[in-house]
Design a protein around this ligand. Sequence first.
Ligand SMILES: [Zn+2]
Length: 388
Amino acid sequence: MPALQFDIEAICPVTGARAGTLHTPHGAIPTPVFMPVGTQATVKGLTQRQLAEDLDARIILGNTYHLYLRPGHESIDRMGGLHRFMNWDRALLTDSGGYQAFSLSQLTKVTDDGVLFSSHLNGDRHLFTPESTVDTQLALGSDICMVLDECLPYPTSHEHARVSMERTLKWAERSLDRFRARMEETPRRQARSEPMPQALFPIVQGSMYGDLRGECARRLVELDAEGYAIGGLSVGEPRALSMEMTEASVPHLPVARPRYVMGVGTPEELPEYVARGVDMMDCVMPSRNARNGCLFTSRGKLIVKHARYKEDARPVDESCGCFTCAHYSRAYLRHLFMAGEILYSTLATLHNLARYLDIMRGIRQAIVLGTFPRFLDSVRSQPVEEPS
Ligand SMILES: [Zn+2]
């Protein structure tokens, strides 16, 4: 029996956008879905209760690189796994840690074996291999694990991108071999009463070359995984190119399996990815921008420090139903931000994530009702900046 069951309930006949449900051992997830990022086993500024009860987030991300270095995946394993450790009984997805090994570490060496890097915490040397990152994620107990892939900076030559893509393909195969071997083992621990079946997604790479993206996707599909991701986007390329690379990848992926674009996007990009057949996305943008004073509203971005909000009694977004908008004014949020108060981060993150999850619910409903093309048109005509 597959660890993930994915049911598609509606497909937009014009765009191909899909509405479905992803069934994981830790609950059902309506798709398309945006997954809040909980880098260090926490979505910064929020409690798990806020995530579940206020936002109804069904799945969040954890970062393997960070958890491997601190507190250590073995320690989390001994504490009963990541779900129990962080008191989150809904679904968890973890990345392989490769992206952070490339982006956070000063000294990174990539060979066919894996990624050799030095910890950004203390400089210690570590090696991530396709097999070790699977083992690490199994120790964490994530519902959806990701294979180790090579993330290239932008721009990169076609020649280099091909060599790297071949390596990513080999790593994906090795990762799935390891994963399947581990899944056949008898249950290893009594400490966990939680369900254990898990899934591993390979990742389409190929830099910004459509031919490589297509080839990578086709060859990954031969591995018959339970879902597929598109990685290596949002690395500094123009936004139109990220969309183009998604379009070059998606048509080669199986219709019946979930598709996940990693590390995207802005509020106005979410429906664009869905329109290209994407079911899952994640990004630090809503939470990070919230902390930096940028709030997303149905009328565009609101920069909270602007003097014009000093005595503005309106909520951040009059059409938002989140806890922050129900109880607090722009003036109060601006005051907290200017004073450097911790509560600002909590209230702002709560709102921005509510905005993202509301957009996804709106997208899903439009697909189910058959009005997604009209939804897309209206999003495309909306301003990006909040009018003053
Ligand atoms: Zn709100």
